[in-house]
Design a protein. Structure first.
Lengths: 342, 342
DNA sequence: TTGAAAGCGATACCAC
DNA sequence: GTGGTATCGCTTTCAA
């Protein structure tokens, strides 16, 4: 492997000139630059990452901690890790994968050994141990997801409250006056980042302020049918459903509705708010305000890179506005409620 | 951050002694070692990765190229990436994630800049461009999956042929004389690593040598029903099914059988051979010989690490023997064929 | 058993 | 605009 010395010799200049020509941190005349570039090509030169990192005191690597709980969706996980990697490459950073058993220790190690310049934390739980760790660590950390206590942390997430409000607005504008929310499994509410709870609260608050009837249900299984029955029992005139639930539940909703003689959007309008699309599966046939990794990951990486390069101070919690994607699952409310119509 | 100098001063020894004490590459007396360890703890010392890499000429990092095609299952992908990472950590290596757009260029870059010591290639296609690249690269590369031309490459994969033979053996031993294979989608056969084809060939060869009736079908969609009908049409007495197909097809098989009045294992015995379990979903209710990342990834990493540390020469293609996992989906063949019995 | 010192290959300061 | 060189923090050879 050629070194910067070889290039300098071949181009007939000093190594500092080569370094400056390549980094652009100093003006270099057109023809010396040309000679240097020619030499680089001729020698197939690439700067050695470790030497550069040692001298510059930065590794150009971002660590990504991606624990894998039994109840997290691995495909969503992969999507986040990939999007972080893609976004990082746009800033000339590489990404190091830190796994579960290793999450705490890995973060510590990557900071202590200066393996990575910064850390992105994925799949954040409400009471995430990595939060306390992040406060102690010397290197910048950005969370994708919001833990309970955000004091001193930098977090990026979808604006779930906004997603809920947009969902209710869309339904209300279409004339719906009775709307149910299918939330997460009870265990998920415990463990998960606190967004499912924030979603429920905002749903109840905003629905109330809009003066519509509402109810919330928490499915016990992956089948939407019992949840649907629960909502219909408490809200016989229900014509709108908002989903912020596990993907299998959402996948089974259309069938559950069909089994009860209900059609989307003729009898019931449906919107999925703040759910992560699964690439491997048929997309949900509903209007969505997705928690899309392509939305949050680049923002998180941008913030981290700004932090690393001293371009901006820590930013607290950044909420990304969801984007409404219509699939034709919202229609004007039927005049009579579907159950009465039957 | 404390450096090795600080530790040496604090312990009252030379830095070389500290280095040797920590690496264990030279004998150090018990009490100097104790003083050094105390100093390390006191100063919270961790060697700087870049300095170590520069001096030792090795980064202790393994790059992982994990492209994401439209038809690859992201959750399986994540599982492989995680298993590689876990296995790598067992050898004190970290893993760098290289993504699709970047796959070729990323491999080149990580070799040229000595970012990583070696490369693991995931999701290998039959005619994978990364194969040619691997032959040119200066750093060791191990493929998880087997491309068409393995000349000069190091590959690890499940022994699919063995999985097929074990499947047929299990069925034949249970008295089945008429066995169908549900293979992959036609497009997958084109693009994918050539194992699906190897599976089909071995199935036909081995079934023939066992003297049983057999047929192979290639499902066009994610629904097993048409494939099942195809098999039953050509093999009216079929009592055994071997699966080496896409997960959704396998997931829908039980329902398709049920719709035709067939029950597993009473009427039909089923074995899934060489399929990757999806963590996010209910596992298949069939006996399996899974392509488990926990089987192949550690082997691949072991081989790569041996290569990196000069412990062993390149090994060509290594096939890992599958492990039979019973789920009770194989039973003695019914006396009369199920169709006749109805 | 330990120490001194020569690299490793970049960056960036200070001169000119 | 360009060149010389100290420096980053380790590993490892050579000497004692």
């Amino acid at each position: 492997m050629a070194t910067i010395d070889d290039v300098a010799r071949q181009a007939g200049v000093a190594i500092s000139t080569v370094s400056y020509a390549l980094s652009g941190k100093r003006k270099v005349s057109a023809d010396t630059r040309a000679r240097i570039e020619a030499a680089c090509v001729a020698l197939d030169y690439a700067p050695r990452a470790s030497a550069r990192a040692l001298a510059a005191n930065r590794s150009e690597v971002i660590a990504v901690t991606a624990p894998l709980h039994p109840d997290t969706d691995p495909s969503a996980h992969m999507a986040f890790a990939m999007e972080v990697t893609i976004a990082a490459r746009d800033h000339d950073y590489d990404t190091l994968l830190l796994v579960h058993d290793d999450a705490q220790q890995g973060m510590r190690r990557s900071a202590a050994t200066a393996l990575a310049d910064g850390i992105i934390v994925l799949d954040v739980a409400a009471h995430d141990e990595r939060a306390a760790l992040a406060r102690k660590l010397s290197c910048p950390v950005v969370f994708i997801g919001v833990p309970e206590d955000t004091e001193g942390l930098v977090c990026v997430d979808l604006d779930f409250e906004a997603a809920i409000r947009q969902s209710i607005d869309a339904l209300v504008e279409a004339g719906h006056r009775s709307v149910g929310l299918i939330s997460q499994h009870p265990e998920t509410l415990e463990r998960e980042s606190n967004y499912p709870l924030r979603v429920v609260h905002e749903f109840e608050r905003y629905a109330q302020s809009c003066g519509i009837d509402f109810a919330v249900t928490y499915p016990e299984t992956d089948d939407a049918a019992p949840a649907l029955d629960d909502l219909l029992a408490r809200l016989p005139g229900m014509t709108g459903v908002v989903l912020n639930t596990a993907n299998p539940v959402a996948q089974s909703l259309a069938a559950a509705l069909g089994a009860r003689g209900l059609t989307v959007p003729r009898d019931v309008s449906v919107i999925a708010a703040g759910m992560t699309p699964i690439m491997a599966r048929t997309p949900l046939p509903f209007d969505t305000l997705p928690l899309d990794p392509r939305l949050t990951c680049p923002v998180a990486v941008d913030i981290l890179v700004d932090l690393l390069e001293g371009k901006a101070p820590a930013r607290g919690v950044t909420l990304v506005t969801p984007i409404y994607q219509s699939q034709g699952s919202v229609a004007p409310a039927p005049v009579a409620s579907p159950l009465q119509a039957r």
